[in-house]
Write a protein that binds this ligand. Structure first.
Ligand code: ZN
Length: 289
């Protein structure tokens, strides 16, 4: 990238995770519909070069590698953080490792956040339906969650919060309600918050309200079928400077990085807005280091 050329495209939300840790019933749900290329996806989880080839073919410059501990529901242990950091070492400019600290299990929360930063983790993921607490549990006595948000705010580590449903066995979808992000944005005004999925497919109105209300909340459009994006968020342009491109690939229902991008680019939307979402906004949240 030179100073005069526009930055490349960033997909802020792909699932490169230690799938070998998945519980058998979760693995089964993950595998469904991907039987024909399952072996390739397993290879991908261990081979960054294979991912970089997929990215090159899709015209993607950078991806965010979503990881978070969820030992009791998904099977992911804290090892998921080291996994993401090691994986990203293959191409540090192009692979952005995300990680997590589980507020129901972790002891020294501040110390764990600092460890993530030492590992090079670029974003902390909170997954309420898979970690089994509401995103605003800090207002209901879960002190560890408040400490976690505060430390991320102090250290400038963005926090991505899953909103919307999840199909995995045992996921508590009620915790995916975007209205709970309101408390987080109020109590931690300097925290960079990324609302993943915009509450899809149930709570887009609430999600949009929160996005308009709080300048520190960004929308990651991953998991929304690209061709439905403007149906889900008809006033997307009003929050143009805070929308981030993402796919959620290879989660259930998301088949191809490139196809999603092409569908997004085919929407009736000014090119300048598309560039903002795919290129410029992600670079603001995740600058080149
Ligand atoms: Zn996801």
């Amino acid at each position: 990238m030179t100073a005069s050329s526009p930055p490349g495209i960033t997909d802020v939300h792909v699932h490169i995770q230690p799938w070998r840790q998945l519980k058998p019933e979760v693995m089964e749900a993950m595998r469904r519909g991907k039987e024909d290329h399952w072996q390739f996806l397993l290879t991908l989880m261990d081979d960054p070069k294979a991912l970089l080839e997929v990215m090159d073919r899709a015209g993607i410059w950078r991806v965010g590698l979503v990881n978070y501990p969820s030992p009791d529901l998904m099977g992911f242990t804290d090892e998921t953080n080291g996994f993401a950091a090691r994986y990203a070492e293959a191409a540090p400019e192009r692979l952005l490792p995300y990680g997590g600290v589980h507020p129901r299990f972790a002891g020294d929360i501040k110390g764990h956040v600092d460890e993530l930063l030492e590992l090079g983790i670029r974003c902390l993921k909170i997954h309420p339906p898979h970690q089994l607490f509401p995103a605003n549990a800090h207002t209901q006595g879960m002190q560890t969650l408040g400490v976690l948000y505060r430390r991320c705010e102090d250290r400038g580590l963005p926090v991505m919060i899953h909103t919307g449903t999840s199909i995995f066995p045992g996921a508590r979808c009620k915790y995916g309600h975007p209205m709970e992000v309101d408390d987080v944005a109020i109590d931690f005004p300097d925290l960079t918050i990324i609302m993943a999925h915009g509450g899809r497919p149930l709570w887009m109105d609430e999600a949009f309200f929160i996005l308009r209300r709080h300048a520190n909340v960004h929308l990651d459009v991953s998991g929304i079928p690209p061709l439905k994006l403007l149906e889900y968020f008809p006033r997307l342009a009003e929050i143009a400077d805070r929308v981030l491109w993402g796919t959620d690939w290879p989660s259930p229902g998301v088949h191809d990085l490139r196809r999603n991008l092409e569908q997004f680019l085919s929407l009736d939307m000014p090119k300048q807005l598309q560039d903002q979402i795919t290129r410029h906004n992600p670079l603001k949240v995740f600058p080149v280091q």
